[in-house]
Ligand binder design. Structure first.
Ligand SMILES: O=C(O)CCC(=O)C(=O)O
Ligand SMILES: [Fe+2]
Length: 225
């Protein structure tokens, strides 16, 4: 670990938006990385997302629970290999509620078992990948979004609900960090303007950055299949 003059502590970036550094210990990061590697394999594995304007997103993505594509959700990889999306594991739902409890308190919406976290987006960034300013607005539920980072450090830009532009705050997200945004910040614009290549902890064994975004859809439950 590099020398650090100031300790990184809990920080409220905007009302309802909280950064908790080092939330996942090394063992939990390793387990999550192993699971992500499994989810990234085909079918319904890691893919390049095409945007309606004809461009492509530079971060590659795999989804669990529901398949996100610009701009909606489906049960199958409608813009890829057509396979059913992989199921959302219950333990990710528990992890999301634990995250909301730690970030916003046990009474916060999303911390209670009545909130069903059922979607994960897993983004993989190489050194050149970025994510433009956007809102997570394709859900029918206002439970907080839970974001977990693994591997390389990035600059996470957290803005306002009105526009993609200033005011915003740049936050450094490192491997193991948690970021939760809900309440008045649930629909704030955010993005990843920069990944710092080669900054992942060596012992993790990941080249690049992985982000897990856990969301509650508010959609009717999946029929059994
Ligand atoms: O990679 C990140 O930290 C952000 C990902 C994100 O905003 C998203 O998937 O909607
Ligand atoms: Fe997002």
């Amino acid at each position: 670990m590099d020398a650090e003059l100031f300790p990184r502590g809990r920080r409220e970036i905007a009302p309802g938006a909280v950064h908790l550094p080092d939330w996942l210990d090394a063992g939990r990061q390793r387990h999550l990385l192993e699971a992500c590697r499994g989810w990234a394999r085909p079918p319904a594995g890691l893919r390049t997302v095409r945007t309606p304007g004809g461009g492509t997103m530079t971060a590659r993505q795999v989804c669990l629970g529901r398949h996100w594509y610009p701009y909606g959700y489906a049960r199958t990889v409608v813009d890829g290999d057509g396979s059913p999306v992989k199921p959302f594991p219950g333990r990710l739902g528990e992890l999301a509620r634990e995250a909301v409890t730690d970030a916003l308190g046990p009474g916060a919406p999303g911390a209670d078992p009545a909130t069903v976290y059922d979607i994960a987006l897993i983004n993989f960034y190489d050194a050149e990948a970025r994510m433009g300013m956007h809102r997570d607005s394709d859900e029918s539920c206002d439970a907080p979004v839970v974001s977990l980072s693994l591997g390389d450090t990035c600059v996470f830009r957290f803005g306002n609900t009105e526009s993609r532009t200033r005011p915003y705050t740049d936050v450094e997200l490192r491997s193991g960090d948690l970021f939760v945004f809900g309440g008045p910040s649930r629909l704030a614009y955010h993005g990843v303007p920069k990944v710092h290549a080669g900054t992942a902890p060596h012992e993790l064994g990941l080249t690049g950055r992985l982000n897990l975004t856990l969301r509650a859809s508010g959609f009717p439950p999946e029929p059994a299949r």
